[in-house]
Design a protein around this ligand. Structure first.
Ligand code: GAL
Ligand code: ZN
Length: 665
């Protein structure tokens, strides 16, 4: 039997005599796994070299006696005060040059060698101690690497490492000067030793330097994680190693980090207290699941799934009855094999006192507990069967951390956000019940009927060729505005019109454009006129046909969306940011052109998603709203869970199955 549901547990926050009550309640709820200890360094090593793992061993053993296994977190996101006292240079430096002090978490420089030594000592001791423990099955390294490290760390240790990284990349300083375009504003360097971390300047920054800096920071975090992974692998060859990601967060390249891990985990807070809306729209949540699955192209865990009101100083919205179940099953529908709820019980102390869990402060089982129990008992047997199965989308959207970095550095339009742009296209497919994978541009694209590659801003000859080959061999490709603008060093490409060589497969040229800064534009597509935003490429046809035209400004009547046959394939180019309605109609058009399979039809707020293995295909239908909904499936499935096919109660999750040869089981 696999492990499918769990909770994040902090026994150290509670009297020991409560632990057994917790274990019993967890067992009744159906919990099979807990994650523990990822912030408990002081409790495990109150003084240098004085290890106290007994309390944790006791908790692990107690839970194990109730049939609950443990994932241990290494507590390296919270070095205790005595470490900081011994080596204050571990504290990170922000862009203003200020020290970030002890008292929160993530107060560590990840290149600092003294800190690495503390980690080596501690992680060696911890992993040796738990290697043979029958209750322990795996490890989470650190916690949400990159979280809170937004403008960290600018210290001298990081500076030195950055210089070494640059020297390794460029070989000599002339190459760097060229790649960074340092002729501008007298930024030339005589040697790598003159290059600093990006501390706050009087004004402006070098976009090429910033791109390298972001890539360096990502590499540093991967290296930091590897430092621990190597120790754990050596001491605990039978345990898995994972890490809790944060969806599209981009401080570390999650594809690179994934190479160290047995599988990826993710944290999901759709109704976080920081959000401007009651909760994330379901298409956005779904896109997070799909990108997480894409980081390692395999099933994953959710290591923290929101279970109650989120809150630090202020709080987010209550989670409606049934809503947590809908979130949890959305994760499963997109490829999660295990969902761990954050947290078991709301705690009485510290920054996160108002971050609610399965149990409230009272510790008494209430509506959330009952809901989780019902969910777990209903779906665990099915999840045993579908373990290891994967969605098999016909559509891929290209995702890249480098593109994201470059557009964070220079967004082009003040409101242009890379991930949001991907989600604009994603939504079109999601609403049409057409599943999507996220892939990297250089991945093998040949298995997809359609590849959408928004904002291919940084371009290099290999990627260009890869897209051209995909199309030549019969692929369907969508490219958009701001494609082929820059080279891999984040310098503007010259001596050709946009979108560069890809203009050949698009059959267009873009010699001029308009940043739709304080105004909207419009596009005529089919019989309708739609608003568009942010950008308008002014397109000259070089063999393509226009399928959409601008309706405003001096380029009114000129092509906005084009279509071009190239060898065996087809390429569409969208020169603007389409509105929700335009994306919807464009998706419909593309679905017909590429013969994409829709799982069914349903109104907004109703999700459909499948996972399959060699023999079976499971279909989830999820109502993310508080209203009843009607839907229709295009296919013959047998209902496994749910009240009535075609109808959904608020937040209802229905599960269907069919065998892969089309017949109902
Ligand atoms: C996550 C983090 C947890 C906890 C939770 C609630 O980002 O991994 O440790 O802090 O948020 O704030
Ligand atoms: Zn540092």
């Amino acid at each position: 039997m696999g492990i499918h549901f769990g909770v994040d547990y902090y026994p150290e926050h509670w009297d020991k005599d409560r632990w057994e009550t917790d274990a019993k309640l967890m067992q009744e709820m159906g919990v099979q796994v807990v994650r523990m200890a990822e912030f408990s360094w002081f409790k495990m090593e109150p003084k240098k070299g004085e290890f106290h793992f007994e309390w944790l061993e006791e908790a692990v053993a107690l839970l194990d006696s109730y049939g609950i296994k443990t994932v241990l977190g290494t507590p390296t996101a919270a070095p205790p005060a005595w470490i900081i006292e011994e080596n204050p240079e571990i504290l990170p430096i922000d862009m203003q040059g200020r020290v970030r002090h002890f008292g929160g978490r993530h107060h560590d420089c990840q290149s600092n060698s003294a800190y690495r030594e503390h980690i080596r000592r501690f992680v060696t001791a911890m992993s040796q101690r738990f290697a043979e423990n029958p209750g322990v099955i795996g490890w989470q390294i650190d916690n949400e690497l990159g979280n809170s490290h937004g403008d960290l760390c600018m210290c001298n240790s990081c500076k030195k490492r950055y210089q070494e990284w640059l020297e390794k990349k460029y070989g000599n300083i002339e190459m760097l000067n060229e790649a960074w375009g340092t002729a501008f504003w007298s930024q030339g360097y005589n040697s790598f030793s003159q290059i600093g971390t990006p501390l706050i300047t009087a004004v402006g920054e070098n976009p090429s330097a910033m791109l390298d800096w972001k890539c360096f920071c990502s590499d540093l975090i991967v290296d930091f994680a590897k430092w621990q992974a190597d120790i754990i692998r050596e001491n605990c060859p039978n345990h898995f190693i994972t890490h809790n990601y944060m969806c599209f967060d981009n401080k570390v390249n999650y594809y690179d980090l994934g190479e160290l891990l047995d599988f990826v985990s993710n944290d999901i807070y759709p109704a976080g207290n920081w959000q401007k809306q009651p909760h994330q729209p379901d298409y956005e949540m779904a896109s997070c699941q799909d990108v997480v699955r894409g980081y390692k192209k395999q099933p994953y865990w959710v290591m923290e799934q929101q279970a109650g009101i989120a809150g630090w100083g202020t709080m987010g919205r209550a989670v409606d009855p049934g809503q947590m179940s809908a979130w949890a099953m959305q994760s499963v529908a997109h490829g999660a094999d295990c969902v761990v709820f954050f947290r078991w019980r709301a705690c009485a102390m510290g920054t996160e006192q108002y971050w609610h869990g399965i149990l409230g402060h009272s510790g008494r089982p209430g509506r959330t507990y009952e809901e989780a129990k019902k969910l777990i008992h209903t779906f665990t047997p099915h999840m045993d069967e579908m373990q290891g199965s994967m969605p098999a989308p016909e559509v891929a959207i290209v995702h890249s951390f480098r593109q994201n970095y470059a557009l964070d550095i220079q967004p082009n339009h003040p409101d242009l956000h890379y991930v949001e742009e991907l989600q604009i296209y994603y939504r079109g497919f999601y609403e049409k019940k057409i599943p999507v994978d996220f892939v990297q541009g250089m991945d093998d694209l040949s298995g997809y009927k359609l590849v959408v590659a928004p904002l291919q801003y940084l371009m290099n000859p290999e990627l260009e060729q890869h897209y051209m080959d995909y199309v030549a061999q019969g692929g369907h490709l969508v490219l958009t505005m701001r494609t082929g603008v820059k080279d891999e060093h984040n310098l503007c490409m010259i001596d050709r019109e946009l979108p560069g060589k890809l203009g050949d497969i698009c059959g267009i040229e873009v010699a001029d454009y308009d940043c739709l800064f304080e105004k909207e534009g419009s596009v005529l597509f089919g019989k309708n006129e739609y608003p568009v935003e942010k950008w308008a490429d002014i397109i000259t046809l070089k063999g393509a046909k226009a399928i959409g035209e601008y309706g405003t400004s001096f380029y009114k009547g000129t092509p906005a969306i084009t279509e071009n046959g190239y060898e065996k394939g087809k390429v569409w180019y969208v020169g603007t940011e389409p509105s929700k309605e335009l994306v919807s109609d464009l998706t419909e058009y593309l679905a017909k052109e590429c013969e994409l399979t829709k799982l069914g039809s349903a109104p907004e707020g109703v999700e459909m998603m499948t996972r399959e293995n060699a023999g079976q295909c499971w279909l989830f239908v999820i109502n993310h709203t508080e209203e009843e909904k009607v839907y229709h499936l295009y296919g013959n499935y047998k209902m496994l869970e749910g009240e009535k096919q075609d109808f959904l109660k608020p937040y209802e999750v229905q599960l269907f199955v069919r065998n892969k040869y089309g017949r109902t089981n």
